[in-house]
Design a protein around this ligand. Structure first.
Ligand SMILES: [Zn+2]
Ligand SMILES: [Zn+2]
Length: 460
């Protein structure tokens, strides 16, 4: 028999009190959270996953305060919670609008539902992780119980809880060792029942002094035997948020299916609409058609102008990004955008910008459910472009990063986007940097650096 890692973990868990599988599930949960808070708090995929699952389940959330101080549970959880609250507030704002729209209808047809908040579309990642380990341990238990030394240690332990036994029965009833496991479980159950009955019998005042220590705590042992350790198995109040929202998930790549097929719009019409919009949002994986960029830039130079936000992905031309920035647009770093460009005027009007590679022409198609798409895309922003100036305070040649004392900021570590090919600037130089401030790291990713002057040359 192959004695894997779980074999030895189980042997160790047999020495503790209560169900060894519950013990390992708790240990794995803690290890997972420990690692996540220690290593991955600012890690982008982790945060994206936690936004999708709307954080951890209640059980795992309440394990966080007991993590060791080195994991800084307070800071880590603050970061996650802040992401979640931002998500909630935005969704709630959208929902308020929907409610207002439907209020008229609602008064006529009381049963029309305004939909739901769609807060959660994935299971708790800690549960997901731990459930895999739980199966691994149950499998090892079934495989190893025939091993003499293992069996002896198991007999001396309190044995697995009944909920874990039912899981074992569900998945391993055909296993050659299952009859032995069933026999062991029945024996544990029988002896626990005998102890409980002795305890009950001795409640008679004549025998009260005879209650042994084992009998006195048998009711607590029975609790764990019948129901597992606290939190490992769910309650039955049906508070799961997952089921309802899963149905309504939509992937950005499927968005084009939601288009009205023949409802095209001319660019003149779009530009007319743009002029009266308060908020314009663009999602781009390729540069905008030049005439549209020109119109938007002109619009933005007026005294009263809309707020223009551009979310880009994969646009590596830093000059182009710089031109969007100097046109006064706010530039965001996008991840997972649809392959085509999208234009939103406010939240309720959205267009797909189609580009024809052969003719070089473009056309616009309105999106059927713009608000929904607007919202799904809102979560695709993972950083913002910034322009900072200041002087170089120090450089780290090994890590290929440099520290900038920028106006209004204490100090800012930076790294060139193409760090291998660029020379680090001299300490004391006064520079201007155009950079990505990504939300998963404190180090800026510099797209362009311009030397303004060396310190010695500055006017006194
Ligand atoms: Zn258990
Ligand atoms: Zn969980």
């Amino acid at each position: 028999m192959d004695k894997g890692h779980s074999y030895f973990e189980l042997l160790d868990a047999f020495k503790g009190s209560g169900c060894p599988i519950c013990t390992l599930v708790l240990k794995d949960s803690r290890r997972y959270l420990d690692h996540l808070l220690y290593e991955s708090v600012l890690d982008l995929p982790t945060r994206v996953e936690l936004i999708g699952s709307f954080g951890f389940c209640s059980w795992h959330t309440w394990q966080i305060p007991s993590l060791p101080p080195i994991c800084s549970p307070s800071t880590g959880y603050s970061i996650f919670a802040s992401d979640l609250l931002r998500k909630f507030n935005s969704l709630a704002q959208e929902f308020t609008l929907k409610l207002k729209e439907k209020r008229g209808l609602l008064s006529l047809f009381a049963k029309i539902s305004p939909g739901s908040l769609h807060i959660k579309d994935k299971a708790c990642p800690a549960c997901h992780h731990v459930a895999q380990f739980e199966s691994y341990h149950l499998n090892a238990l079934a495989d190893s119980i025939g091993d003499e030394q293992f069996l002896e240690a198991y007999r001396a332990s309190q044995g697995i809880c009944l909920p874990h036994f039912f899981l074992l029965e569900k998945n391993y009833s055909a296993h050659p060792n299952f009859p032995l496991l069933l026999e062991l479980q029945t024996a544990k159950s029988g002896s626990l029942r005998t102890t409980l009955e002795e305890f009950i019998r001795k409640q008679d005042h004549r025998f009260q002094k005879e209650v042994t220590q084992a009998e006195a705590k048998a009711w607590k042992v029975a609790m764990e035997f019948v129901a597992g350790k606290p939190g490992v198995f769910t309650n039955e109040m049906g508070h799961g948020l997952l089921e309802k929202s899963r149905k309504e998930k939509i992937s950005p790549e499927k968005i084009s299916l939601a288009l009205a097929p023949f409802d095209k719009l001319t660019f003149e019409e779009l530009i007319d609409e743009v002029k009266t919009s308060k908020e314009i949002t663009l999602y781009l994986k390729r540069p905008l058609p030049a005439f549209l960029f020109k119109e938007l830039r002109e619009l933005n130079s007026r005294e009263v102008h809309p707020k223009i936000e551009v979310v880009v992905e994969g646009l590596s031309d830093s000059r182009y990004l710089g031109s969007l920035h100097s046109a006064g647009f706010s530039i965001f770093y996008g991840l997972g955008l649809p392959s085509q460009s999208f234009i939103f005027l406010g939240r309720n009007r959205g267009f797909l910008l189609e580009s024809h590679q052969l003719s070089g022409g473009h056309n616009l198609r309105p999106i059927k459910e713009p608000e929904d798409v607007y919202f799904r895309l809102l979560w695709r922003r993972f950083g913002v472009a910034v322009l900072l100036s200041g002087s170089i305070r120090e450089t780290d040649k090994d890590k290929r990063i440099f520290c900038l004392i920028a106006e209004g900021r204490r100090q800012q570590w930076c790294r060139f986007k193409d760090a291998d090919t660029k020379e680090l600037p001299e300490v004391g130089t006064h520079v201007e940097v155009f950079a990505w401030e990504k939300w998963n790291t404190h180090i800026l990713e510099v797209l362009e650096l311009r030397v303004l002057e060396a310190e010695g040359q500055r006017a006194p």
